[in-house]
Design a protein around this ligand. Structure first.
Ligand SMILES: *[C@@H]1O[C@H](CO)[C@@H](O)[C@H](O)[C@H]1NC(C)=O
Ligand SMILES: *[C@@H]1O[C@H](CO)[C@@H](O)[C@H](O)[C@H]1NC(C)=O
Ligand SMILES: *[C@@H]1O[C@H](CO)[C@@H](O)[C@H](O)[C@H]1NC(C)=O
Ligand SMILES: *[C@@H]1O[C@H](CO)[C@@H](O)[C@H](O)[C@H]1NC(C)=O
Ligand SMILES: [Fe+2]
Length: 459
């Protein structure tokens, strides 16, 4: 009996209750010669936790102390450790932990030693990957271990859900992806499934994106070779009724400044690529979703909340990646539902942003099907499970591939995106041309009772 009580006591005190590091993952810092590593323990280590690193597995002669946050969610304490490795010089070996227990030794290639002068940089991009039916997970891990990617971007909807089963689902996911995320930086953005009814607390606490201290992983940007990447939260919009309009406006003001600066630095970094969870457009069977109020809000704005599309178009965003729909869809250059397809090749010197949905990595809800009639600016629809790879060749050429894991890792859609030096998508035509009208949709957030009342919205 005493043993049983002791055992139950231990389980209640902290499942796992160990100082052994787990869920180890890398993320980019702003400085190109730095890398951030984040990990979890279930007990607070009694000696200083740190990362030990160096240029060979036998001489981890550098160290950096970790900041530790006690993240309490539904009675479980997770001690989240964050440390920054600095002055990196190429292939780096590292282990994390404390005197109470260390991880194994992992390795990665530091970003400042990767260059398009040597070979294209390869960015793996996907959204909507779960533990249940996580079809792409073993393929992604294997490809990362084989050195097929330099960077991974996950477009939201992670684990389904990070907070399920008091967060144990998130722990499992982060352990499953550890072989990939300890070898290649793993950058994330929140999807609707990251709302844990506690202001995205699991999402905020488990990751460390650039500017974490101020932006809490919700929005950030980073430079990567000739590309300026910008991650934006569509969930601030999607959940404004729960968490307020303030975050939407704060993010927008930040975004406006960031994108203006990037646009003024085209001579140094000619490409601007955005990523976010919810799409502006889609052709899925449930595509009413893409014209529904919440998505129109993200694209066009509502009340004091500005939308995103005008800003992306104004500053000539070259490409934008979206998840949320559990399929792959490539669009023609488009702004405000106007297609830009006048030249023989719309992807050369594109006149408007090129958007791609890559949300088919695999999750509990299975394949997403397409409408018989895709939206007029849709160029390709595929519903195989898989992921995308963006090959960054140089300042004038990008190669985009969609990989189907159902066809043995074969590319099922491949497009060159090219432009002359100095070109950025500028749609002066947008003002004079009318887009294809959207079907009518709701005009208030379902939960916004005041709005619905004011429009005498019925049912
Ligand atoms: C650790 O905390 C300090 C002080 O708040 C901060 O400056 C630093 O960026 C943090 N490091 C990481 C890796 O988060
Ligand atoms: C939720 O978090 C955001 C920051 O991401 C903050 O601005 C906002 O005030 C929070 N809302 C609530 C209701 O806690
Ligand atoms: C785009 O232009 C190409 C070449 O003129 C044409 O084959 C294709 O049908 C066009 N697509 C759409 C959706 O208008
Ligand atoms: C960029 O890469 C493309 C594809 O490999 C190549 O054709 C082109 O010459 C390169 N441009 C420069 C400026 O290196
Ligand atoms: Fe989603």
């Amino acid at each position: 009996m005493a043993v049983l009580i002791l055992l139950l006591g231990l389980i209640a005190a902290g499942y796992g209750a160990s100082v052994l590091p787990e869920q180890v993952h890398l993320s980019l810092a702003h400085a190109e010669n730095q890398m951030v590593v984040t990990w979890v323990t279930f007990k607070m280590p009694s000696s200083t936790p740190k990362v030990l690193y160096g240029s060979s597995p036998d001489s981890l002669s550098n160290e950096a102390e970790a900041n530790v946050t006690d993240f309490l969610y539904n009675d479980i304490h997770r001690f989240v450790h964050r440390a920054t490795m600095a002055n990196l010089k190429g292939k780096t070996y590292y282990k994390v932990g404390s005197e109470g227990g260390w991880s194994k030794v992992f390795n990665f290639q530091s970003r400042n030693t990767l260059s398009t002068a040597e070979r294209p940089l390869r960015v793996c991009i996907f959204g909507d990957l779960g533990v249940v039916n996580g079809q792409s997970m073993p393929f992604l891990v294997k490809a990362a271990e084989n050195g097929e990617f330099d960077l991974v971007i996950h477009l939201g909807d992670i684990a389904y859900d990070l907070h399920t089963d008091d967060g144990r689902r998130g722990d499992q996911y982060m352990n499953d992806i550890e072989p990939l995320a300890t070898h290649v930086p793993y950058m994330v953005i929140a999807g609707n499934h990251e709302d844990d009814r506690k202001n995205f607390s699991n999402y905020v606490n488990r990751f460390t994106m650039p500017d974490f201290a101020t932006n809490l992983n919700h929005y950030y940007s980073f430079d990567y070779g000739p590309i300026h990447f910008i991650g934006v939260s569509t969930e601030y919009y999607g959940y404004y009724y729960d968490y307020g309009m303030e975050p939407v406006i704060t993010q927008y003001n930040w975004l406006k400044e960031d994108i203006e600066k990037a646009d003024s630095e085209r001579d140094v970094r000619p490409w601007i690529v955005t990523f976010q969870h919810r799409p502006f457009y889609c052709s899925n069977e449930n595509s009413k979703e893409c014209s529904a109020f919440e998505n129109r809000l993200i694209r066009k704005g509502f009340l004091t909340m500005p939308g995103l599309e005008d800003l992306y178009t104004k500053h000539g965003v070259d490409m934008g990646f979206w998840g949320h729909e559990h399929s792959y869809e490539r669009f023609l250059p488009v702004n405000n539902r106007v297609i830009y397809n006048e030249t023989g090749n719309p992807y050369d010197n594109a006149a408007a942003p090129i958007y791609i949905i890559s949300g088919s990595a695999g999750c509990h809800s299975g394949h997403a099907w397409f409408d018989k009639k895709p939206v007029p600016f849709s160029a390709k629809q595929i519903n195989d499970y898989g992921y995308s790879v963006l090959h960054i060749y140089n300042s004038t050429h990008l190669l985009f591939d969609q990989i189907s894991i159902e066809k043995g890792g074969e590319s099922v859609d491949s497009v060159w995106i090219s432009k002359e030096k100095g070109h950025a998508p500028r749609t002066s035509l947008a003002r004079t041309r009318r887009g294809i009208p959207f079907p009518p949709s709701e005009s208030c957030h379902l939960k916004d009772l005041a709005c619905r009342k004011s429009l005498a919205y019925n049912n």
